[in-house]
Design a protein around this ligand. Structure first.
Ligand SMILES: [Zn+2]
Length: 285
């Protein structure tokens, strides 16, 4: 294996043991030097679930919980689930299923409430929400922001972090302010698929060298992710599961030791309250 003397956390990836590589992807991650994972549920419709009510999301969440259990058997550290409703669902509900934006909003908020139940029970670590990254009508945009703010409400009530999928941006201060207005610290709002520079939430930086170098130079709290989608129909569409450990090796070679500690020990503790050192108990591959 690659010799990495540090915990290595991928802050956002998907595992689909039913259709994708599942545990083989976790084994790749471990062999490359990875130790900890935050596993995010796939979009519900990718798993064949056409939700009509909040409870319909439970089967989606249960699949993620099962994948996390499997990953925990393989990791020298730990995996945790992140559960929520993908913001792209609103387009599917309104365009393909003929719902009004307000109906779609209600259904997505119910799905988030179901996810929040798992956080409350200690079965999930964080929530996932956001808004479309593509152009939408004003009605869809407004409904999406209502859903996002609902997730922040739930996050504040449970004091749990919220991962967000949003448009590409280096300034999401407005969302950080929505969180703070509800009593959720802005650092607990995590922008997934972020670049190396971001004002407002904590960036979960997509693990490309130029973005990581930018985040490392900036010196502010950040996380690292692949957004591995584990979709057999789209091989190579995103970064693979070995990428975070490999980029950690590269950051260390470049002398960015502080940044590695930031992204894999300090920021995970600040944002999620997880101890990536204390949970590093198993044998490394
Ligand atoms: Zn994702």
């Amino acid at each position: 294996m690659d010799e990495l003397d540090t915990p290595v956390l991928d802050d956002h990836l998907h595992l689909d043991p039913r259709r994708g590589r599942g545990m083989a992807a976790v084994e790749d991650f471990v062999r490359a030097g990875g130790t900890h994972l935050l596993v995010v549920n796939k979009p519900s419709w990718h798993l064949g679930v056409e939700a009509d009510a909040g409870v319909d999301f439970r089967s989606v969440f249960e699949e993620t919980l099962a994948a996390v259990e499997g990953a925990n058997e393989l990791l020298p550290g730990r995996a945790w689930p992140v559960l929520g409703v993908h913001p792209g669902l609103i387009t599917r509900l309104t365009d393909e299923r003929g719902m009004e934006p307000s109906e779609a909003r209600e259904l997505m908020c119910e799905g988030l409430d179901a996810a929040a139940g798992y956080v409350r029970d200690g079965r999930a670590l964080a929530l996932k929400s956001g808004r479309p990254h593509y152009d939408v009508s004003e009605a869809i945009w407004d409904a999406s922001n209502d859903v996002l703010r609902h997730a922040l409400d739930r996050g504040a009530a449970l004091d749990c972090p919220v991962q967000l999928h949003t448009e590409a941006s280096e300034d999401l201060i407005e969302i950080a302010e929505w969180a703070e207005a509800r009593g959720l610290a802005r650092e607990k709002v995590v922008k997934h698929y972020a670049g190396g520079r971001l004002a407002g939430p904590t960036p979960s930086v997509i693990s490309r060298r130029e973005e990581l170098a930018r985040a490392a130079e900036r010196g502010e709290p950040f996380l690292m992710e692949t957004d591995f989608i584990d979709d057999p129909d789209r091989p190579g569409a995103v970064l693979g599961p070995k990428t975070v450990p490999r980029r950690v090796g590269w950051l260390l070679e470049e002398g960015y030791d502080e940044a590695v500690r930031n992204a894999h020990v300090e920021t995970p503790r600040r944002v999620y309250g997880i101890d990536t050192v204390g949970t590093l108990t198993g044998q490394r591959a």
